[in-house]
Design a binder for this molecule. Sequence first.
Ligand SMILES: [Mn+2]
Length: 397
Amino acid sequence: MGLPAKQQQTIHQALDTFHIELPSWAFANTGTRFGKFNDPSAAADIGEKLADAAQVHKVTGCCPTVAIHVLWDFPEGVSSAATAAAKAAELGIKIGSISPNVFQDQDYKYGSLANPDASIRHKALSHILDSIEYAKHTGSRDVTPWFTDGSNYPGTANMRQHKRWFQEGLRTAHDALNPDQRLLIEYKPFEPAFYHTDIADWGMALRLAKEAGSQARVLVDTGHHYQAQNIEQIVAWLLDDDMLGGFHLNDRRYADDDLTLGAIDPYQVFRIFHEICFFEWETGRKADIAFMVDQSHNLKPKTEEMIQTVVAAQEFYAKAALVDHAELTVLQNRCSLIDAEDLMRSAFQTDVRPVLAEWREAKGLHPNPMKAFRESGYLQEVSRVRGSRKQAEASYA
Ligand SMILES: [Mn+2]
């Protein structure tokens, strides 16, 4: 039995172009601010992170790139970038987006690009410019800074001045891009700043991106919103303005929980992907979006969790592709509320797993990526090798 041939074909076509970028930091030992539990299989350096990511790509066939955090992954700067790019190529993957880190150093206690001390603003900008250079060395297109700048108490910072410093800093960073590179600006309402955050929402990120230059876009981290915010509407607006650069995919129950995509609210992931598929049908063009994962697995086994995430993302994307957009448009224009909603819900409720298994087999992959990974013995092998060494000190990544 199964789905009609046309729907199967729709899913195959959707999956053919759906690539997911894995975060290097998801393979390392991570934790919460209360502590960190060591996993014997956790990767300790960029070489191991890339090796683990390559395993995910091997069994899923859709994760050809790995996002890098400069401070954690390129400790020696340009030479680390070159070594990592070579290692990735050896493993059949590539370095993807590059995240500068302007929040860990002691100098950034009172901010980075909006620090009242001009020499620290300069230091932060220099690091971002260096990151753009590394990106050129690794052939990476997207540079993805995230800023913690803000304040914890009313009256302690000049919010207008902070805004102007961000406008200035991001414009300078943008000017250093190659013509094919992009600057993706991520927002977050709170944490670590608890009174005001300089780039707190999509409107601020959109404005800063527009002012930075034509190669800047907004990055939507699904966990970086207030409760009940309509993320798919933000996505729809950014798509319509051609300003959606990419996602940091994850799920949350309370704040920025970095849980597995769709673990808490699977319908929301579907609704977000639906807006993308609907936009592409309506405009007849592919949206230029980097689908990146930004999750932190402090309890689940890391590589398996990433496989689970990727499989979930493919399932939601396939379901979203199944919506009959022509029919939906007719129903919307007719104000047939029940039928329009049911059209969405029936796509969401469709079991796409058998078609995904067929798609994998057509690509020469095992129909069940998790089973393939478990049968490979990779986890046992790296746990044995990595688990026998002394656990590294408690650095976050
Ligand atoms: Mn993020």
